[in-house]
Ligand binder design. Structure first.
Ligand SMILES: [Zn+2]
Length: 198
């Protein structure tokens, strides 16, 4: 019900007329809210303009359709890993990971892998940001958790730990956002250990 984010792939045919989209030609993309998430529309601009609608898009933007290409394997591995991690996290749909998802998306935007297409403030005053993968055209609707500046660094460390494989998703999800909890398991047990009752 309360799905905070969502992946939608870009279509390769016009959602309205069903004819193929043309490589490097303009395309209008839109997201329509549904009970379970979003439907995505990718249309010829002409089709979008002339189609009658009785619904308001959640988000709509102009883009350029790029036909899929086989990537040569020379791409730096890191970027693919980061995009792959984002997809994994979104598929996981774990509210405990919302800060990590958001910071990772911002990092991918800064490295020009994603582009922000829209930002929406909803009635409950939460913000949803619509990111699009520049190459593949997938759309991600991501909750902006409005992180405080002082918390961003800690979340970035979690993202880096995930990307480098020093932490698993489960470990990060179990962490408190508060920075650098004292290391456990090293030496004496914590003072608040369960009192032994007779
Ligand atoms: Zn069309």
């Amino acid at each position: 019900m309360s799905q905070e984010w969502n992946i939608k792939s870009r279509g390769h045919v016009c959602t309205i007329c069903g004819k193929p989209l043309v490589d490097k030609a303009p395309v209008v993309s839109a997201l329509r809210e549904t009970a379970s998430g979003y439907d995505r529309y990718d249309c010829h601009p002409e089709c979008w303009k002339t189609q009658e609608r009785d619904w308001e898009p959640f988000s709509v933007w102009d883009g350029v359709y790029l036909a899929p290409v086989k990537e040569p394997k020379s791409e730096p591995v890191k970027k693919e890993d980061a995009g792959e991690l984002l997809r994994q996290l979104i598929a996981l749909d774990d509210p405990a990971m919302q800060n990590v998802v958001y910071v990772l998306a911002v990092m991918l935007e800064r490295s020009k892998i994603l582009v922000e297409r829209d930002a929406k403030t909803l009635e409950d005053s939460t913000i949803r940001r619509v990111y699009e993968d520049r190459k593949q055209g997938d759309t991600f609707v991501i909750l902006d958790p409005r992180l405080r500046l002082e918390n961003i660094a800690g979340v970035q460390q979690q993202v880096v730990a995930l990307l480098s494989g020093t932490k698993t998703l489960g470990e990060v999800a179990g962490e408190d956002e508060s920075p650098a909890a004292p290391q456990e398991g090293a030496g004496s047990p914590p003072d608040e250990a369960q009192p032994e009752t007779a």
